[in-house]
Design a binder for this molecule. Structure first.
Ligand SMILES: C[S@@+](CC[C@H](N)C(=O)[O-])C[C@H]1O[C@@H](n2cnc3c(N)ncnc32)[C@H](O)[C@@H]1O
Length: 369
């Protein structure tokens, strides 16, 4: 699918929000994975020209700068430096030239291997996978950013990549285009490739309100990812200046720690925890949603789950992380402590020294409601 943008284009607020999530996440991912692996891999499958109209950084430059910061922290702290391999794939010749020129201006330390590739994501990823299969090699811990303009993205590639245990994906599902073309004749094959099966044909999109449509398309992609690619999936919605969904960012991982770090990265961008950003918030400058977490909601979720039951802190933490939009740092002081004061729960066992604290060996009994 051809795009109609010039070689480089203006940075929009939603793109800046996307970059902030990427950057926040890499700041957590690099030290966690770097401390126990000799090599890390970052693939930017749709790298772009590396720069925006006013000289702002594109995703490959953001990645390289984060990697450089991490390598320099390793040097300062005396940590072993991993090798960080970056594959930046760009299909368009002019954008690829801009990308290599932009990257060429950065003095990159030797631990960071930067490989711009003038090709398509589909072709390069398939080649890498075939090579790994043929040699029975595994993949180094990998973060794969899939950020196309359109929706010509094979789901089968995502599932094949996610078969490698330490692989994570961050996918931009271009909802606005999918929504426009999903019922158009001639698009059937592309939709089946995108959703990894025929399930999209069962969506009941006719006569639906716009919010119903986006929810159905969003939820189908999420279900497919959870069924075929990743144990944990979290998404973030980008809306345009009319507050209409433009695209969804889907993060998929098989590790709870990754989920926690990505949720934290997303909360930093949307402090209300609705996992959304809208250009309508303020078209001239980046102002994030900012009403703070809805603790009433978190309390009701915890009470609904644990009412009348005994539960360990680990169980509650797991529930908050994996089954709610909230973070595991948000429930002890804000929810459990006041609940204990109000006798809505009791501590059964704990090694704690002070009331209102809940170390990991604590077991709680929730009152029946
Ligand atoms: C949304 S832009 C990427 C923006 C970039 N990730 C960033 O955040 O700065 C998508 C890019 O993918 C390129 N592209 C389109 N089809 C591609 C394909 N099949 N494989 C790789 N790159 C492709 C386009 O030329 C465009 O530069």
């Amino acid at each position: 699918m051809a795009d109609h943008l010039p070689m480089i284009w203006p940075l929009e607020s939603h793109t800046l929000a996307k970059h902030m999530i990427l950057q926040n996440y890499l700041r957590a991912w690099l030290p966690i994975m770097g401390s126990s692996n000799r090599r890390l891999l970052f693939i930017d499958g749709y790298a772009g020209p590396g720069v925006y109209n006013n000289g702002e950084d594109g995703s490959p430059v953001i990645v390289v700068k984060e990697a450089m910061d991490y390598i320099s922290t390793c040097a300062t702290k005396g940590w072993t430096k991993p090798e960080i391999v970056c594959l930046f794939i760009e299909q368009d010749a002019a954008r690829f030239a801009s990308l290599t020129e932009t990257l060429g201006k950065i003095e990159i330390p030797s631990q960071i291997k930067v490989n711009p590739i003038h090709s398509s994501f589909e072709e390069t990823a398939s080649k890498i996978l075939s090579f790994l299969d043929a040699k029975s090699f595994s993949l180094a811990p990998a973060f794969i950013f899939v950020d196309p303009f359109g929706y010509n993205l094979p789901f089968s590639l995502i599932t094949r990549l996610m078969n490698y245990p330490k692989c994570e994906v961050f996918i931009n599902l271009m909802y606005a285009f999918v929504n426009r073309f999903i019922n158009r004749s001639g698009q059937e094959e592309v939709m089946t490739r995108l959703f990894g099966g025929e399930e999209w044909r069962g969506l009941d999109l006719k006569d639906n309100s716009p919010s119903d449509r986006w929810l159905q398309i969003h939820d189908l992609y999420q279900r497919q990812l959870q069924k075929h690619a990743a144990k944990y999936v979290r998404s973030f919605t980008m809306r345009d200046a009319r507050n209409v969904p433009l695209y969804f960012l889907f993060y998929g991982t098989n590790h709870k720690i990754g989920l926690e770090k990505m949720k934290t990265a997303m909360w930093r961008v949307d402090k209300g925890g609705s996992y959304a950003f809208s250009d309508a918030t303020d078209p001239s400058q980046l102002v994030f949603f900012g009403n703070g977490p809805d603790y009433k909601k978190l309390k009701s979720l915890i009470v609904e789950k644990f009412s009348g039951r005994a539960a360990t802190i680990e169980e509650i933490e797991d529930f908050v992380l994996c089954e709610t939009p909230f973070l595991p740092t948000q429930f002890k002081r804000e929810i459990l402590k006041p609940m204990e004061t109000n006798q809505e729960l009791y501590v059964l066992t704990s090694s704690r020294k002070r009331k209102g604290t809940f170390p990991s060996d604590t077991v709680l009994q929730f009152a029946e409601v």
